[in-house]
Design a protein around this ligand. Structure first.
Ligand SMILES: N[C@@H](CCC(=O)N[C@@H](CS)C(=O)NCC(=O)O)C(=O)O
Length: 380
């Protein structure tokens, strides 16, 4: 029997969900260790350099942190049953757009619906969080550790722009998203056709571990967007489900000249919801880099965030944390466009212009973000 990979994570973790779904769909044997395990705390965290999940340990003992880096590792080793990267110019760009938006642009509803409905959610969340607690704690110590961890997460929700003033707008905007994605999934089993791409895995992070597991948003999804709920199940399945009606889509992705109105409608949503935010973050980062231009980039220790910036979001002036990781994902989109020849770039630009997203294709930080030793760093 082959030695399985180990996935260190947690059932309720947004980014672990993305990796687990990929490994299941691609039949990669793995054992999941809870992140509170002694092995994770004593052997893995010191090597990774911080407490963060997911981490994958390969059978050879290599550690890989970061959802996207893990998926790329498997893809490069030929583990994907179907490549998660579309081969055509437009579809690939759209996949990268939803990788970024899914992983980073749906954090407001993901955090709001987890942390602002204690009457419904709290007993469940307390239980889910046992996975990150060390073994053997007495109930009082368990409570103290949960209070500490959940306190940090509640603060993170605020740092993503979820405050009492924005609660209603977060809910309205998420309902709008669910409606559009539900309509789209009436045409197709996955975001871009007959199998999952990096865009699906990006969206799956918020939409499954938070929004289709925690009691409050699970009810909302099942009652208002059943096709989205069904997609979360499909994303988590190693088996292929045959639906004759859906067979017209087959297992292929859409062609570049076959972009449906429902996909365009999701792209309009990204423009309204997220373009202003990512633009403000790139501007803040470029300012920050200019102010720190004397410092050797290798000496700049980047935390999760480099500061906070304000911008208008759906009529509210909100202030959110600027996270270099987002630029790492954005670069994957802009690099793709830059590598295309003129006519292909034009095809991508035409679709992004039609859906209000063209400016995202030219957003760049003055220094690139790379990953070294499991951390985000500014490139030299
Ligand atoms: N970019 C990272 C983000 C990972 C991440 O933020 N994981 C959360 C759990 S879903 C975490 O470990 N949070 C702990 C913390 O920030 O202290 C990835 O995709 O792996």
């Amino acid at each position: 029997m082959t030695t399985p990979h180990i996935l260190y994570g947690m059932a309720g973790s947004l980014y672990t969900g993305k990796v687990r779904a990929y490994m299941r769909q691609n039949h990669i044997p793995f054992v999941e260790h809870k992140a509170g395990s002694r092995r994770f705390t004593e052997q893995i965290v010191p090597k990774v350099g911080r407490w963060i999940i997911p981490v994958v340990e390969t059978p050879e003992g290599e550690l890989i942190q970061d959802g996207t880096v893990i998926l790329d590792h498997f893809e490069a080793n030929g583990a994907s049953v179907k490549s998660i990267y579309p081969q055509t110019p437009v579809m690939r760009a759209v996949a990268h757009l939803f990788e970024l938006f899914g992983g980073e642009g749906l954090l407001r509803p993901a955090m709001h619906y987890r942390w602002n409905f204690d009457d419904v959610n709290l007993p469940f969340i307390r239980d889910v969080f046992r996975d990150v607690l060390p073994n053997g704690l007495d109930p009082e110590a368990q409570k103290a550790v949960f209070d500490h961890a959940s306190g940090r997460m509640r603060k993170a929700a605020v740092a993503f722009g979820v405050t009492p003033e924005t609660f209603t707008t977060v809910e309205e905007s998420y309902a709008d998203f669910l409606g559009r994605y539900n309509a789209h999934l009436q045409q197709t089993p996955f975001l871009l056709g007959g199998h999952a791409t990096i865009g699906d895995f990006g969206l799956f992070g918020p939409l499954y571990p938070h929004l289709a597991r925690d009691p409050k948003p699970l009810h909302l999804m099942q009652t208002t967007a059943p096709r989205v709920f069904r997609w979360t199940e499909r994303m988590n399945m190693p088996e292929i489900f045959i639906d004759e009606e859906a067979e017209r889509v087959g297992d292929k992705l859409f062609a570049d000249d076959e972009i449906s109105d429902t996909l365009k409608s999701l792209m309009y949503f990204v423009a309204e919801e997220y373009l202003g935010e990512i633009t403000a973050h790139v501007e803040f980062a470029n300012d920050w880099l200019e102010k720190n231009s004397e410092v050797d980039p290798s000496k700049m220790r980047l935390g999760r965030g480099i500061g906070m910036t304000s911008f208008n979001w759906r009529g509210h002036e909100i202030t959110t944390a600027v996270m270099p990781y987002r630029f790492f994902l954005l670069q994957r989109l802009t690099d793709w466009i830059e590598g295309l020849d003129g006519p292909d770039q034009q095809s991508v630009r035409a679709l992004f212009a039609e859906t209000g997203l063209e400016p995202i294709l030219d957003l760049k930080t003055s220094r690139r973000v790379e990953r070294k030793n499991h951390l985000e760093v500014w490139a030299d």
